[in-house]
Write a protein that binds this ligand. Sequence first.
Ligand code: NPQ
Ligand code: MG
Length: 370
Amino acid sequence: MIVERVELRLIRMRLKEPFETSFGRELDREAILVTVYADGLEGWGEVVASRDFGYSYETTETAWYVLRAFLIPAVLGREIPNVETVARIGEPLRGHPMARAGLEAAFWDLFARQAGLSLSQYLGGVRDRVPVGVSIGLQPTDEALIEKIRGYLEEGYQRIKVKIKPGRDVGMIAAVRRAFPEIPLMADANSAYTLEDADRLSALDEFQLMMIEQPLHWDDLYEHGLLQARLRTPICLDESIHTVRHARAALEMGACRIINIKPGRVGGLLEAKRIHDLCHTRGVPVWCGGMLETGIGRAANVALASLPGFTLPGDLSASDRYYYEDLIDPPFVLNPDGTLTVPKGPGLGVAVDRRKVDRVTLRLEVFRKG
Ligand code: NPQ
Ligand code: MG
């Protein structure tokens, strides 16, 4: 297909409640929407970078720059035969995975639409519903956290993920376990610990956590291997896994037993699928992480999570977990069995509500060839 036009939109959406992790507190979600027009079709992608540094070095400003100065000029007016070509165009950047993933996502939507397939089918998905967990930010007290958990369990979420950091860990997890002895529970540290905290982290072994996510440094594999050797609880890596090569190295050095796959973190759905395929071949469970996506990014995640190796509940969540109003119609709603239904329509399979998009747009830039 020949790319006729690309649009970037910087958006800001008010979160229903602040989302606090070991690296900061978020009140509004900013993100970039990418729209690619080609062959009479349009494709949508979401860049999951945030306004500020924190989860990663990328921000909406760095991603906007990379898209405007490099990625968009490289596709505009050009014949793009497949998503692999888009992925290759981004490789020389040696980074900026969220910027690359947002553009690639728009092309996945386009190519699936062109083939008359849903994105799930186009990727090789096998599920029409995907299991869903929920990620809960740090709360002011254990009691507040327990009440939040109770609410999400009543809504039907299949597993609970809580954020931990030094000082808000063993005691808090013990309190949650006392309140809910049987629920599937896990903890995400977002790199808040060092290897010197190994004893503190192994104290979590008695609470039957499904996994501890990213306890150590954001780009570390080696020390996670040392830590995993001292823990019974499986380590799941998030921030440290940037490519399928990292995934292979992590598994071979015993740095983790589970991987959280986020297309934005690994540079796109193609690399995400490669990591899935590697893990599936090796019998390593994976699940789809979340970045507080709007329905546009969420739809791509749900399609990815329909692949056979995504056996654990993802941080997918219903639209109303984070937002009063989603940008898609209809929004994602949690089924009573704690799943989300994988959209069946062509491409992302969700209709973007342009009026709602306009309402949250802070900046629009249109790129045309010539
Ligand atoms: C994680 N997500 O798994 C990330 C972290 C995260 C759902 O826990 C703004 C944008 C704030 C993205 C805070 C979840 C964020 C963010 C945390 C992602 O580690
Ligand atoms: Mg995480």
